[in-house]
Design a protein around this ligand. Sequence first.
Ligand code: 13P
Ligand code: SF4
Length: 380
Amino acid sequence: MTAPVLLLLGRGKDAGSERGVDCPGELPAASDPDLVERAKAAKAALGDRVFVLGHHYQRDEVIQFADVTGDSFKLAKEAAARPDAEFIVFCGVHFMAESADILTSEAQQVVLPDLAAGCSMADMAVLSQVEQAWDVLEDLGIAQNTVPVTYMNSSADIKGFVGRNKGVVCTSSNAKRALTWAFEQGEKVLFLPDQHLGRNTAVLEMGFTLEDCVLYDPHKPQGGLTDEQLRNAKVILWRGHCSVHGRFTLECVNDVREKVPGVNVLVHPECRHEVVTAADYVGSTEYIIKKLEAAEPGSKWAIGTELNLVRRLANEHADKQVMFLDKTVCYCSTMNRIDLPHLVWALEELVAGRVPNVITVDRDTAHYAKVALDQMLALP
Ligand code: 13P
Ligand code: SF4
């Protein structure tokens, strides 16, 4: 059965378009009937010189051209494991392409088909704010016992800060391992930028209490916290969140349980704490896919993550009942920026000997960001 999802949303205005990041070249028309053939031909012409990575939230029209699909952890590893590809075309968002640039050699170039493909969560932690917060911890004499941990969904600057301060990067598939490692190095963690992943991991997977966690608001003096709150906290959560996963509420979970008896609720850990607490299963995009693959025919699944992935799962698992957890639908508008015209344009530019939309991270930032990324890749 196909999922009862409503496919209503087009490409909304997003942070990227507000920044005025337009395609610098001649974009093929979305109505061009030859787009698929053009993408195939360009990829064939480039052969092993190009490697296309596709995040699970990408559109079907794009994902069909990915050499590898994955969650952000898998894609980071795949980028690092392709030293022979001259060009990595990253069908995902900006922070993922930055990480790929950091993990690949100087001879390789990472291309993001649309520079407006950012991430609103990553934008919620700006280096100057994080440095200010660290100064607060230093003034209180607690910075030396605090280990910074940043979610992959953060800019290279923030990863660089974390590497400089002996911390680690994590993704939604290894957050528990990263936090366990961090608590072996120090007494407290500063978790950036997703409060929900940090709280859900600390409380639901590691036995901390909600009182062990405090929320640091970068827009308030001293994060809106007292000296005592900061001193007593075990986990200092940055006030950042994903606007897509933030849509799922406890009401959505209760509603679907009432309407679909026997349903399994499966959500991403970027969802709010009360949603994750009420769900049956929680995990990264890769985990969600594997869970569906292993599910019994006839089983029912309400999934709380981005719609492109849920719709694909619904189509691939016609023997199961797969539905979107929210009543209305929501794509990640920045992930959706990468469409077939942008991919065709990027590939054809490469064929023509021009390298478009190269993502580069400056050397110093890349060095320290790599320290934090390598620490993640070395986690047991
Ligand atoms: P994954 O690491 O699970 O792929 O998630 C990335 C992401 O952006 C989720 O919003
Ligand atoms: Fe960022 Fe959320 Fe989109 Fe993931 S789904 S890329 S966290 S805005």
